[in-house]
Design a protein around this ligand. Structure first.
Ligand code: ATP
Length: 297
């Protein structure tokens, strides 16, 4: 669906995209993860033909990016691109018009997209009367109104409460069920973990690691992670080392990587004689992989 080959972009001689390579298969949800400034929005703008790359190639359905490929893509930018005094339907009508949809198709598509983002009952409400979550769903509807094959969602849930987030996650799953390919940028690792078929970890404009969650998990030698609360951290670390557990700090939390899965009673037995307040078992989460990959370990 989308193929990026050796992409480079600099701003004022500062390289912000460096030999970027990635591909997105039809129908998958691809998550581009990266901290602020990693280069996510720049990459999206190049894909959408809003910005020119210095070198490299991007193809969409095997065609180089152009004004023609723009029509295959729908984009929901990070900042909502909506007219506040216009209603939901009027906003969609405006954008559908830009895409050249005729009157009849516009009418049909406005109904369909408002239904899919669960805003049909607010069709005539001005945007300024909508909640933040509703506005974000309308922003996604704008990306869908011309029936694109590839939808790009730039940080679609940043700043939303958990219920609004759940609604958008469900909407993204529905897009996949309809066969639409999704490129999602986020710095919310649980969002990527829940939704994405494949994930690319971007830092300083380079993909440092890429794959499904199962493939990314093979990058660190842990079968399971345990979070341990204790006042005897040094003793716990020394003991864990005897058993080949690698210790890590996630913020203030002490964690150990288990090289092989163990029964809880076996884990507890390893720390015998040390005052442990709690042990929480965790699968190898994307958060742990992301930190390893981006911190250069
Ligand atoms: P965020 O998560 O904060 O949106 P991002 O991953 O989308 O970040 P970009 O917006 O692509 O990152 O920015 C990548 C780098 O390029 C940053 O260092 C940014 O300061 C720089 N940059 C972006 N746009 C411009 C511009 N128009 N002129 C100069 N530098 C820019």
């Amino acid at each position: 669906m989308l193929k990026i080959t050796n992409l480079n972009k600099s701003y004022n001689k500062t390289k912000v995209i460096q030999n970027l390579n990635l591909h997105i298969d039809p129908g998958e949800i691809y998550g581009l993860l990266g901290a602020n400034g990693a280069g996510k929005t720049t990459t999206i703008n190049i894909i959408c033909n809003l910005l020119k790359a210095d070198s490299g190639e991007i193809t969409i359905n095997n065609q180089p990016v152009s004004e023609t490929t723009k029509k295959i893509i729908g984009i929901a930018p990070q900042e909502n691109l909506l007219y506040k005094t216009l209603s939901c339907a009027e906003n969609l009508n405006f954008f559908a018009n830009i895409y050249g949809l005729n009157r009849e198709t516009r009418k049909k598509q406005i109904q369909k997209t408002l239904t899919s983002v669960n805003l049909l009952d607010r069709a005539n409400s001005p945007v300024e009367t909508l909640s933040g979550g509703m506005r974000r769903r309308l922003n996604i509807a704008v990306a869908l109104v011309h029936q694109p094959q590839l939808v790009i969602l730039d940080e679609p849930t940043t700043g939303l409460d958990i219920e609004a987030r759940y609604e958008i996650w469900e909407l993204i799953r529905q897009l996949k069920n309809q066969g639409i390919t999704v490129l999602l940028t986020t710095h919310l690792l649980d969002e990527a973990e829940r939704l994405c078929d494949r994930i690319g970890i971007l830092k300083n404009g380079q993909i440092l690691a890429e794959g499904s969650l199962a493939e990314l998990r093979t990058l660190i030698p842990a079968q399971e992670v345990i979070l341990v609360q204790t006042n005897q951290k040094e003793q716990a670390i020394a003991r864990a080392q005897e058993y080949g557990f690698t210790h890590k700090y996630y913020g203030n939390e002490l964690a150990f990587w288990l090289p092989e899965p163990l029964e809880l009673k076996e884990i507890i037995a390893r720390f015998e004689g040390i005052a442990i307040d709690s042990i929480a078992r965790q699968p190898v989460r994307l958060e742990y992989i992301y930190l390893e990959v981006t911190q250069g370990n």
